[in-house]
Design a protein around this ligand. Sequence first.
Ligand code: NAD
Length: 244
Amino acid sequence: MTDFTDLVAVVTGGASGIGLATAKLLASRGARVACLDLKPEGVEAPLVGVGADVSDDESVRAAIAAVVERFGRIDVVVNNAGIGAQGDVTANPDDEWHRVLDVNVLGMVRVSRAALPHLRESPSAAIVNTCSIAAWAGLPQRALYSASKGAVHALTLAMAADHVREGIRVNAVAPGTADTPWVGRLLDSAPDPAAERAALEARQPHGRLVSADEVAGAVAYLASPLSGSTAGTVLAVDGGMHGL
Ligand code: NAD
């Protein structure tokens, strides 16, 4: 049983999709949850929305300070905010590479750096990063995005090694294609969204998209004492796609 009573969780990108589903699940199991997001306006109680841009160190520091001021502690960090990029290695200019890596990789570094002093005080500290099947699968037309998630994979292993002796477990989830507003926007931009969705579903081993709640369940497991001896693991939530 995942029980987060009395614990405080920070979920970046917590206003939408996987982050929002995770925030709701943690809150339903007793956590007080702060959703750090560029657009926190839609976050509803009992979740607390906090405006933050993970690509801006000052903004991150202020948001973490606001969470500690309000709740007095941080026990769980879910580094989930991320953005996409399309195309092969010729498709994006350098500044786009910097922008995506800045959000998807350095964003996790900034939030972890600001939260670590507080996690060290927790008897049940965990960081869970949102990686992706793109880190492993060699997806076509995803060079920049895949590179960013490959870095998240390596960062997760390195952080796990650095912090497990301090009692802070670091793990990651690697979703396959998940049914979130992000993927909805991509489908809506296709000439025939319904046909595109059907084709996408047919490409998944289990014949459907991964749900945000299924990813949230994996995050909750990795954030809870149920996984107390697990560190440096990247847990696939992809219907078995990575093994194909
Ligand atoms: P989403 O677009 O529904 O939600 C992402 C949230 O992150 C949004 O609320 C957005 O405002 C916020 N965000 C973006 N940039 C930010 C920034 N600089 N600072 C703070 N917040 C920011 O996306 P999602 O599908 O739920 O994706 C969440 C994570 O899951 C991402 O890291 C993504 O790479 C990863 N992922 C998604 C899928 C998928 O198929 N949806 C698959 C694998 C991995």
